[in-house]
Design a protein around this ligand. Structure first.
Ligand SMILES: NC(=O)C1=CN([C@@H]2O[C@H](COP(=O)(O)OP(=O)(O)OC[C@H]3O[C@@H](n4cnc5c(N)ncnc54)[C@H](O)[C@@H]3O)[C@@H](O)[C@H]2O)[C@@H](O)CC1
Ligand SMILES: Nc1ncnc2c1ncn2[C@@H]1O[C@H](COP(=O)(O)OP(=O)(O)O)[C@@H](O)[C@H]1O
Ligand SMILES: [K+]
Length: 509
C-alpha cells in the first residue's frame, strides 16, 4: 500500500470527487460514516457517555460536525465546541447547517475552554492534513487543556498539531490520542516511534478513494500489508529437490552466544532452505549438531570465535553476524567474505549476503569495508547498529533520510528494525512492515530474522527485494501467530522460528 503526502491526499480527494461524480460534502459524509461505524464498534452509547467533538475551521472540523450529527442519530449524547476562525470551509458550513439543534454547541475562547472531566470521550477534529504551521495561541491552549484533562481521545485523520510527514520541534503541542482514525492510506507520521505518544492505536478506513489516482501517484513510502506479499512465495514444483531451494552458509556464534547460531539456523530451515551449513566456533560444534540435526556444521579451528572462512563455492547465499563477537580474526573473515562474494558470481550476480548484529558493528568500526558490499546485500541493523554505520540521527525523520541515502549509496537492501521495520531499497524506496508485536522485543528475535532472510535469499526463485520484503513480513507474522498462543510476555525467539512455516504458507502463490 502506498503512503501519500498531505498534498497528494488533497489531490486524491479531488480526483475521487471528479471520478465518481461526487460533491465534496458527499465524500466528507463517507469519511464521517466510516469514523462513526468504527466508533460505534468501540463504544456503545452507555460506555461513551457524553461525547465532546472539538471542531476546527477546515474539513477536519467538517468531518467532526458530520460525525456529531451521525452519532446523535445513533443515540449518542453529543456536545460540540467550535474553534473560532475568520473563515470556515464550504463543507464545514454545510455540516454546521445540518447539525441537529438538540446538540449543544459552544464557541471556544481563551476565557472559555470547554470543561473536560477525566474519562470524557473527545473526538479531536481540530486540524487534519491541512495543518500549515505549528499550533499557537488559542489552538495550542486548547490542545494543552485537552492533553491535561485525561480524556479518552479519538483523533480524526491525524492528531491535531501533528504534521503528516515532517518533523516538528519537541516543544510543539499536539493532541495525545488513544486512537487515530484515518481515511484511505496510512500517514508517514503514524509509523515513527517519536509520534507514538500522539497517534495511539491507528486505524485506516476505506472510503472508496480513487484507486486509479493512487496507482498513478509517485511516493518513496510504502506500507507492506498482506496484499503486498500475497502470492510472493512460489509454490514448490512436484519434482523439486533440495538443490532447488539453495544451499545456505551461516557464520554465527562465539563462546557464550552459540544460541544465536542455533536460532538463526532453525529459522533458516523453517524458511525453506534446501541445505544449510553453519560455521560455528569450535566450542559450538556439539551444541549446534545436537540442537539442529537438520543442518550441517563446520567447526572453526578456534574454540571461541570464527577465524576462518570456508570455501564459498557450494553456497547460494551467506549469512553472517548473529552472536559473532568482534574478534580481529572474525573481522578478517568478514573482509574476506565481502571480497570473495563480490567476485563469486552466479549468473553474473554477486553471491547474496545477509549481514547482521556484530558483523554490522565490525562494518561500523571499519567503514572502508562498506565499499566492498556486493549489490543487493541485505543488512539488518536496529537503530543503534545503524547509527554505528552512519551517524546519530536528529529525529526519526532524519534517520529515515540517512537510511535512504545509505541504501542508495551502497546499492543494498537495508532493514532498519523496529515496530514498523523499514526496508530501504537501492532505488530509494522505503517499505514499512505491518506485522509484528512488542512480544518480539526479546533477545534472539533478530537472529531468527537473519536466518529466515538467509533462506529466502538462497532461493533463486525470488528476486532480492521480494525475498527481503517477504522475510520481514513473515517474521512479524510468525511473531503474531506465536504471541496468539504464548502472549507477548511469554514469547521467546524460538517461538517465532516455530511459526515461520505457517506465516510463509499464508504468502504462498
Ligand atoms: N481523503 C481524505 O483524506 C479526506 C479528508 N477529509 C478531511 O479533510 C481534512 C483536511 O481538511 P483541510 O484541508 O480543510 O484542512 P484542516 O481541516 O486540517 O485545516 C485547515 C484549516 O486550518 C487552518 N490552519 C492550518 N494550520 C493552522 C494552525 N497551525 N493554526 C491555526 N489554523 C491553522 C487553515 O488555514 C485552514 O483554515 C482531512 O484531515 C480530513 O479530516 C474528509 O473530509 C474527506 C476525505
Ligand atoms: N515492538 C515491536 N513490534 C514489532 N516488532 C518488534 C518490536 N520489537 C522488536 N521487534 C522485532 O524483533 C526483532 C528484534 O531484533 P534485534 O533488535 O536484532 O534483537 P536481537 O538482537 O535480540 O535478536 C526485529 O525484527 C524487530 O523488528
Ligand atoms: K484531527
Amino acid at each position: 500500500m502506498k503512503i501519500l503526502t498531505a498534498a497528494q491526499t488533497r489531490e486524491l480527494d479531488q480526483a475521487t470527487i471528479r471520478e465518481q461524480h461526487l460533491t465534496s460534502a458527499e465524500l466528507m459524509e463517507r469519511a464521517a460514516e466510516a469514523l462513526v461505524e468504527w466508533f460505534c464498534s468501540l463504544l456503545d452509547q452507555e460506555q461513551a457517555g457524553e461525547v465532546l467533538v472539538l471542531c476546527g475551521p477546515g474539513n477536519n472540523g467538517g468531518d467532526g460536525l458530520a460525525a456529531a450529527r451521525l452519532l446523535h442519530q445513533a443515540g449518542y449524547q453529543m456536545r460540540v465546541a467550535l474553534l473560532p476562525a475568520e473563515t470556515q470551509s464550504a463543507d464545514w458550513q454545510h455540516n454546521r447547517l445540518h447539525l441537529p439543534e438538540a446538540i449543544p454547541v459552544a464557541d471556544i475562547s481563551e476565557q472559555q475552554l470547554p470543561a473536560i472531566l477525566p474519562g470524557t470521550v473527545v473526538i479531536d477534529a481540530l486540524f487534519g492534513t491541512g495543518l500549515a504551521r505549528p499550533l499557537a495561541g488559542l489552538a495550542a491552549a486548547l490542545v494543552a487543556h485537552l492533553n491535561a484533562a485525561r480524556a479518552r481521545v479519538v483523533a480524526v485523520d491525524i492528531p491535531s498539531g501533528l504534521f503528516t510527514e515532517a518533523p516538528q520541534p519537541r516543544e510543539d503541542v499536539a493532541v495525545r490520542a488513544q486512537h487515530t482514525v484515518s481515511f484511505g492510506t496510512p500517514k508517514l507520521a503514524f509509523l515513527l516511534p517519536q509520534n507514538a505518544e500522539f497517534v495511539g492505536e491507528w486505524h485506516v478506513k476505506d472510503i472508496g478513494l480513487s484507486q486509479e489516482f493512487i496507482a498513478g501517484s509517485t511516493t518513496p513510502w510504502y506500507y507492506t500489508d498482506e496484499a503486498a506479499v500475497a502470492g510472493a512465495l512460489p509454490a514448490r514444483a512436484q519434482f523439486s529437490h533440495k538443490g532447488t531451494f539453495g544451499h545456505a552458509l551461516l557464520l554465527a556464534g562465539s563462546r557464550g552466544k552459540v544460541g544465536a547460531a542455533v536460532l538463526a539456523a532453525r529459522a533458516c530451515l523453517r524458511g525453506g532452505v534446501g541445505l544449510l551449513t553453519a560455521r560455528v566456533p569450535g566450542c559450538g560444534y556439539d551444541i549446534f549438531q545436537t540442537s539442529v540435526p537438520e543442518a550441517m556444521c563446520l567447526a572453526d579451528p578456534q574454540p571461541n570465535f570464527i577465524s576462518a572462512l570456508p570455501d564459498l563455492q557450494p553456497y547460494q547465499a551467506v549469512g553472517i553476524g548473529p552472536g559473532l563477537g568482534q574478534d580481529a580474526a572474525s573481522l578478517a573473515v568478514l573482509q574476506q567474505l565481502l571480497q570473495t562474494a563480490a567476485a563469486t558470481t552466479a549468473h553474473q550476480k554477486p553471491l547474496p549476503l545477509v549481514i547482521d548484529a556484530d558483523a554490522l558493528n565490525l562494518l561500523g568500526q571499519h567503514r572502508e569495508l562498506l565499499a566492498l558490499l556486493p549489490e543487493n546485500t541485505v543488512l539488518t541493523p536496529h537503530p543503534k547498529e545503524f547509527e554505528r554505520l552512519t551517524e546519530p540521527a536528529r529525529d526519526d525523520y532524519h534517520r529515515l533520510e540517512l537510511l535512504r541515502q545509505f541504501a542508495q549509496q551502497r546499492r543494498c537492501l537495508v532493514l532498519l528494525k523496529g515496530a514498523y521495520s523499514c526496508l530501504a531499497t537501492p532505488t530509494g524506496e522505503l517499505h514499512f512492515n505491518s506485522t509484528g508485536n512488542p512480544g518480539m522485543a526479546t533477545g534472539g528475535s533478530g537472529d531468527v530474522l537473519t536466518g529466515l532472510l538467509l533462506a529466502l535469499r538462497a532461493d533463486a526463485r525470488l528476486l532480492p527485494f521480494q525475498a527481503a520484503q517477504l522475510g520481514v513480513y513473515a517474521h512479524g507474522r510468525a511473531g503474531d501467530l506465536a504471541a496468539a498462543k504464548t502472549g507477548q510476555a511469554g514469547l521467546i525467539a524460538g517461538d517465532i522460528a516455530h511459526y515461520i512455516g505457517p506465516a510463509l504458507r499464508e504468502a504462498e502463490a
